[in-house]
Design a protein around this ligand. Structure first.
Ligand SMILES: [Zn+2]
Length: 462
């Protein structure tokens, strides 16, 4: 049978399965695995691993024009530069955080209005497939039915911040939002740092004259993360909603989640690359501010606990939390331990760094790598089996990985407009050579061949 594209000679890897098989692609989907086939185009992939394209469920891209309208600094990648960064690192699907912003009259948008705006902004820019997480900044102010209406439109998740002390103290509102998510079948994403404890720790540092950015980790202690994780677990217990803890950073918080999961509670755990590769001694460096992210970098024992958690299946996803700033914006001397700009660019480095430090270094298996970078996120957000696997009928999203490729990380030459990487100078082994998204070659021998607007919005969670 003749296909649009045949990938020849790769080793196909999905969780629990590995085989040398040709891949036949037709109409953007995988039509046949193994057996005799011919294609209008053929791609020689001998020696490469064929893995599902990454599903990075946690990014912060900002569509063009929005930052000018807002008048305050925002992250520097739009959906096009962010898509290029994703593709260059093997990712073919992203989940972006959609913030309500002030509308033309200065009033905060509803989450539905924010989603409408972001759908329109992302569509002409995105080259990866994408779904959106509506952020509920002030859920008490929303009309009843907002969460259900979002779910009906295909947005099957909500995100809230327990780092907001007023929201964290308003259990009635939190439980109402979580119950609405439960009723709609949506996932509740929670930023877990206790807002009251953060405020207290920050005020103490400033009062003691220790407000410099070098003390950023002390402004956001592990105890604050643990307290908020306990609150998140309580929300899962009391409402039955599926809770997804974003960017978990510490051994103590992971321990709480492990026990909750053992008790049968629907608690998912995400971590991000920062906590797997870097620890707080980075804050002794002169440009400490470039490492700021919330929660902050932790101790070596936390890093080891997270790696053990990946290997044990206690962490579901590794997502980038791609929140890119220029180095100049990060190092702004006016910022302190409380106001430091949070987040780093990590879309392009997420999979290669995890492969190098995880699979090549023997900390996790190739199966676990695939589960952590695509299959689990696809399942949690209702995209499986369209995404997150290589199987007949699934979208042909494939990262063809060269496991022997060696490269030195250099953010100045990468796709994100941030222009640097916190991993600059790291030597890594393993990088995608080709990336296929819905049957279209979007990375060819390291060159981006995608076009803006080629990405599709994905109905999630239903
Ligand atoms: Zn984030």
């Amino acid at each position: 049978m003749g296909f649009d594209l045949v990938i020849r000679g790769a080793t196909v890897v999905t969780p629990g399965h590995r085989e040398a098989a040709d891949i036949g692609i037709a109409g953007g989907r995988i039509a046949q695995l193994g057996g005799t086939m011919t294609g209008a185009e053929e791609l020689a992939a001998g020696g490469l691993l064929a893995m599902p394209g990454g599903v990075d469920a946690h990014t912060h891209l900002v569509h063009q024009g929005l930052s000018d309208r807002l008048g305050f600094p925002v992250w520097v990648d739009d959906f096009w530069s962010g898509s290029r960064a994703a593709i260059a690192g093997g990712i073919t699907t992203i989940g972006n955080m959609t913030y309500p912003v002030p509308d033309d009259e200065g009033r905060e948008e509803t989450p539905s209005a924010a989603i409408t705006r972001e759908m329109a902004g992302a569509a002409p820019e995105a080259a990866v497939d994408w779904f959106l997480h509506p952020i509920l900044l002030h859920p008490a102010a929303l009309a009843e039915g907002e969460v259900g209406a979002l779910a009906e439109r295909g947005h099957g998740s909500i995100k809230m911040f327990l780092s907001d002390p007023d929201l964290a103290a308003d259990e009635t509102t939190l439980l109402a939002a979580a119950s609405a998510a439960k009723a709609a079948g949506s996932v509740t994403l929670l930023h877990c740092e206790d807002g009251a404890m953060l405020r207290q720790a920050g005020e103490k540092l400033i009062a003691e004259g220790r407000g410099a950015v070098v003390n950023f980790p002390d402004a956001r202690p592990v105890a604050a993360e643990v307290a908020a994780v306990d609150q998140a677990i309580g929300i899962a217990r009391r409402t039955g909603v599926r809770v997804y803890i974003v960017h978990l950073s510490s051994a103590a918080a992971l321990d709480r989640c492990r026990r909750a999961r053992a008790a049968g509670l629907p608690v998912y755990v995400e971590t991000r690359p920062l906590y797997l590769h870097l620890t707080r001694e980075r804050f002794a460096e002169p440009d400490a501010a470039k490492y700021a992210g919330a929660p902050p970098l932790r101790e070596p024992s936390d890093r080891e606990a997270l790696w053990a958690g990946l290997a044990a299946g206690e962490v579901d996803t590794v997502c980038s939390d791609h929140a890119p700033w220029t180095l100049e914006a990060k190092l702004d001397p006016a910022l302190n331990a409380v106001t430091a700009r949070q987040g780093v660019a990590d879309l392009e480095t997420l999979m290669p760094m995890l492969y190098s430090e995880g699979v090549a270094a023997g900390r996790i298996s190739l199966d676990q790598f695939v589960a952590l970078t695509s299959a689990n996120a696809a399942r949690i957000f209702g995209l499986h089996p369209r995404k997150g696997t290589i199987a007949a009928g699934s979208d042909a999203d494939i990262a063809l990985w060269d496991p022997g490729h060696r490269r030195t990380i250099d953010g100045a030459r990468m796709q994100s407009l941030s222009g640097y990487s916190v991993y600059d100078g790291w030597q890594v082994q393993g990088w995608p050579r080709f990336v296929v998204r819905r049957g279209q070659l979007v990375l060819a021998d390291g060159q981006i061949t995608a076009r803006p607007g080629d990405g599709e919005w994905l109905r999630s969670g239903i």
